[in-house]
Design a protein around this ligand. Structure first.
Ligand SMILES: Nc1ncnc2c1ncn2[C@@H]1O[C@H](COP(=O)(O)OP(=O)(O)OP(=O)(O)O)[C@@H](O)[C@H]1O
Length: 618
């Protein structure tokens, strides 16, 4: 059965002409900015080349007329043999000039395309850096990013090339048209008319193709995801073990079949209409040829004139087609480029806006903080109030989805509260720039990064290097295994690149801890710090953490009560509301949720310890 897409794709959009005009200007400016020299060169060379077809036709006509005279014994009238050779040289010269111009044009276009691709990719990456973290959890942003990337390579250069082709076609058409006008008043209009149906068909189906692709964006993303699950190194074990492959493959194919069912009628219809247009065109060209033949029969034109007509038809049709499709091609390219601009126009957050915070954080105070994620209504935090001082460890406890990580996201200024205030050393945090506050914080997230880079890069993350790298490694209990790697801290990690050493889950986590310690921050945040560590390692890590937290504020999120109990202050969250708070002893004495959960987990350990046959906790 066909699976419904997760969400419907974005509707096809046709921006108004004002937007199109603005995009056109922006595109030309973008191309120019990427390489002014190559853009100017391409423009000049193309305009020069636009005169060549007419020049070739005229030279050919003169040569054929000359040859005609010569072969009928009137060489002297043709200007003599020398003149014929001169005409031939002219024709060959024009051809040679055409090749030189063409080659220079190609060079400029290729280099311009490369600079442009680089500039746009850089713009996209810079944009992504400035986007709100929330955007990355939003499917639409992903679509937008994917659409933007798809357009990087060809579209903007396509617009410029088409604009140049338009000018080029106009020049060529006017110059050849002037030559053809000599063959009778009807010839040129008939030949031009013959080009119109083909162009109309091309436009109509081009627009339909665009709409189909845009509708498909979301499906293509799901299909890509399915493919990536099938080829992922981190998922391969689970996928094999659960025999997930047939289902994934089938779904992947379903998306393809759905796309195919739209593609087939489109291709068939387009080709049927195209052949009808060709027939019509051939008919009109036939009529035009008849009128020229009639003139020839009356002796009103020369053989050269007829050759001009015969060779000129395809030129005129080609250039007229370029002229008509050029306009719609620019229009269509601009539709695609809108995807790029849509992404580049997404609002960014200025992380440096506000006063600069440059002191250690001594107290953090949540005052009646509430929060709902952007684009959602549901309050995930409600009236959250607590204070934590330097030297203290705060633990956040609660079931999945209670709001623990959200508190951390607010604390670390990835998001701003929608209600209430967060005070740092008694001052409203929102006054200060997010980046300057973040400098005082170090964090290890539940889903911390495993960067496919060297161990050293994993620890310093671009910060200037010093001896503190090894110190941080030692504090995280990672120094020993990192030193034992082939190149020590400079060993490439992960499987993605050749020569990379894969670490175990616990080792990666220790490396992330080293990263956390490496930043000399006054607030340390541990979101599930010990999830991938064994019991010994957990005890070691948590004890070390307590030792090192004396002059800092430590915030710990954990489901393990053995970790939580070490905190000075424990906040229990239920559905985004604090249900109780206090020290471990206070909460136990209170006999509330915390006490119940603690007793439950502790009894689990005791049971296991008593029962030798049961699973051991090692
Ligand atoms: N980006 C988001 N957009 C909308 N809702 C979100 C987003 N992230 C989290 N939520 C919702 O906010 C609530 C709190 O999530 P949060 O991640 O803070 O929980 P948690 O207590 O850390 O859970 P866990 O123990 O599973 O990590 C959940 O109901 C979750 O569905």
């Amino acid at each position: 059965m066909m699976q419904a897409p997760l969400r419907p794709g974005p509707p096809p959009t046709s921006p108004g002409w004002r937007i199109q005009l603005r995009d056109l200007r922006a595109t030309v400016a973008l191309v120019w900015a990427s390489s002014p020299g190559h853009t100017a060169a391409l423009l000049l060379l193309s305009l020069l080349a636009a005169f060549l077809p007419a020049a070739t036709l005229w030279a050919t006509k003169l040569l054929i007329d000359g040859v005609g005279e010569a072969t009928t014994g009137r060489l002297a009238q043709a200007g003599g043999y020398g003149h014929l050779v001169l005409l031939l040289a002219l024709q060959v010269g024009i051809g040679a000039l055409g090749s030189v111009l063409g080659s220079l044009q190609n060079t400029s276009r290729e280099l311009l395309g490369d600079s442009l691709q680089n500039l746009i990719t850089l713009k996209i990456l810079r944009k992504a850096v400035g986007l709100e973290v929330e955007r990355f959890e939003d499917a639409e942003t992903y679509d937008s990013l994917q659409n933007a990337y798809r357009e990087v390579g060809v579209r903007p250069l396509g617009v410029l090339t088409q604009l140049i082709s338009l000018a080029q076609a106009l020049i060529t058409l006017v110059s050849i048209g002037a030559l053809m006008a000599r063959l009778g008043p009807l010839v040129l209009p008939l030949v031009l008319l013959a080009s119109i149906p083909g162009v109309i068909i091309q436009n109509r189906f081009g627009a339909e193709n665009y709409r189909m692709l845009r509708r498909r964006t979301q499906d293509a993303r799901i299909q890509n995801y399915l493919g990536s699950v099938l080829t992922s190194d981190s998922l391969v074990k689970e996928v094999r073990l659960f025999h997930f492959e047939p289902y994934l493959l089938e779904r992947w194919q379903q998306y393809y079949r759905q796309f195919r069912s739209q593609l087939v009628p489109l291709v068939q219809k387009r080709n049927a209409w195209s052949s009808a247009a060709s027939l019509f065109s051939a008919l009109l060209v036939g009529v035009a040829t008849l009128s020229v033949l009639a003139r020839a029969a009356r002796g009103q034109i020369t053989v050269g004139d007829f050759s001009l007509f015969a060779l000129g038809i395809s030129q005129v049709q080609g250039q007229f087609g370029t002229l008509l499709t050029g306009v719609s091609g620019v229009y269509q390219n601009l539709l695609y480029i809108r995807n790029l601009f849509e992404f580049l126009e997404l609002p960014t957050r200025d992380l440096d806006a506000g006063e600069v915070w440059d002191a250690p954080i001594e107290t953090i105070e949540f005052q009646d903080v509430s929060f709902h994620y952007p684009l959602t209504e549901r309050q995930v935090l409600n009236g959250v109030t607590f204070t934590v001082h330097r030297g203290e460890a705060l633990a956040l406890v609660g079931e999945n989805g209670a709001g623990k990580t959200t508190i951390v996201k607010l604390l670390t200024r990835l998001f701003e509260p929608t209600g209430g205030r967060i005070l740092l050393n008694g001052q409203d945090a929102s006054r200060f720039s997010a980046r300057s506050v973040q400098r005082e914080m170090s964090i290890i997230f539940q889903d911390f990064g495993q960067y496919q880079m060297t161990a050293r890069e994993n620890v310093v993350l671009g910060a200037s290097e010093d001896a503190a790298v090894e110190q941080a490694g030692a504090r995280a209990g990672a120094d020993e295994f990192l030193r034992s790697l082939p190149d020590g801290y400079d060993t490439m990690l992960g499987r993605m690149f050749s020569g990379g050493r894969q670490l175990s889950g616990g080792q990666w986590q220790r490396l992330a801890l080293a990263r956390l310690y490496h930043r000399d921050a006054s607030v340390l945040v541990f979101d599930e710090p010990t999830a991938a560590l064994d019991a010994n390692a957990e005890f070691e890590t948590v004890s070390r953490l307590r030792e090192q937290a004396q002059s800092r504020i430590t915030v710990i999120i954990s489901h393990r009560f053995s970790t939580v109990r070490l905190a000075d202050h424990i906040v229990v969250l239920q559905g985004g509301v604090i249900s109780e708070s206090g020290s471990h002893q206070e909460l136990l004495a209170r006999g509330g949720t915390y006490a119940q959960l603690y007793t439950l987990q502790a009894s689990g350990y005791r049971e296991e310890a008593r029962e030798p046959a049961g699973p051991s906790v090692s």
